[in-house]
Design a protein around this ligand. Sequence first.
Ligand SMILES: Cc1cc2nc3c(=O)[nH]c(=O)nc-3n(C[C@H](O)[C@H](O)[C@H](O)COP(=O)(O)OP(=O)(O)OC[C@H]3O[C@@H](n4cnc5c(N)ncnc54)[C@H](O)[C@@H]3O)c2cc1C
Length: 380
Amino acid sequence: MYDCIIIGAGIAGAVAARKLAEEKGKKVLVLERRDHIGGNCYDEVDGYGVLIHNYGPHIFHTGMEEVFAYLSRFTDWYLFGHEVVAKVDGRLIPIPFNLNTLHMVFEKEKAERLECKLIETYGEGSRVPIMKLRENEDADIREIADYVYENVFLRYTMKQWGQMPEEISPEVTGRVPVLISYDNRYFQDKYQGVPKDGFTPMFERMLAHENVTVRSGVDCKEVLTFSGEGIMLDGEPFSGDVIYTGALDELFDCKFGRLPYRSLRFDFEHYNQDSYQGHSVVNYTVSEDFTRITEFKFLTGQQDTDGTTIVKEYPFAYTGAEGEIPYYAILNEENQALYEKYRALTDGMKRFHLLGRLAEYKYYNIDAMTKKAMELADSL
Ligand SMILES: Cc1cc2nc3c(=O)[nH]c(=O)nc-3n(C[C@H](O)[C@H](O)[C@H](O)COP(=O)(O)OP(=O)(O)OC[C@H]3O[C@@H](n4cnc5c(N)ncnc54)[C@H](O)[C@@H]3O)c2cc1C
């Protein structure tokens, strides 16, 4: 009945499903264990009429024309230059730390001198990872590096990862740059924004194809059996392609131990006032136990609501307990080796493909995930 089974209706599963159904004429079954599609991009209107992102704020951003064009088939966009501020010593400063921030936190003459030095050393417009800046022996540059390290990086990173910055993979620390420019945008990609009427309608349109069947509220293990080389669907051998976007350790009942992740608790609050913080995202880089507060109406551009809903994010170590969601893979050699051990178990499984942030134990942005899913579907 089906040519292909996809486990998970997040961006990875949805893009692959649509492409296989539409371009290859495959009959695709999508199994999703949550009661909704969209994975972590899912959004919905809350009890107060405010469009919220249930799994944390998601801003689509990309420089990849083909990805933008593909997703634009299923949505119009509310495009903007996404800006983030951090609350430090009671005031809001732009981050990533850039030349605007420099002039806010150092007095005029000093800021001008430091600006010249940064441009001379790294070049105008460049992005310097904070750990690289700290290696510079020049006293002035070290002063900036120390400021950023203490006030923007250290406590935030410890909250986010539960580790000292030195213990964290350069892949992660490299994402915290200092920008040698006056660009306050958080990302420098050409396209930035959110689907005009929300992510969920975009997913609904993507999955609305006669060759796609979505069964939500179904854990794949209820209907699929993975044994040795073969995969069974409802007790019958299944010989088509299977794309798995769930957690790889769970597929094998965590028999070698759990892959470590950071999880998040989201505390939503609603206020009967026009605005709570006047910004879409405020990061708390030196104080509080939460990492950031998102005020949704400033992210989605929603105007037809008087009140406002915010969410505070509290990171914690994922344990696998009921209701917890693994969000961020913790990248280090030991965890990678454990992942490889699980991955090796799939070597003999013909036409079985691992795709997505969980199945690949890797951080992906939405655009990179879309691209990867497009490539996999093209290759089948
Ligand atoms: C807090 C947070 C904020 C983010 N913000 C951004 C952002 O601003 N911009 C950006 O580009 N990216 C952002 N991302 C990354 C983005 O969420 C990912 O790129 C995207 O979710 C990856 O999609 P996916 O399909 O791989 O995974 P998911 O979205 O997690 O989808 C996987 C799906 O598989 C389902 N599933 C798992 N196991 C099973 C099973 N056994 N049976 C059936 N179904 C199963 C899950 O329920 C889930 O719906 C953010 C991530 C987080 C955690």
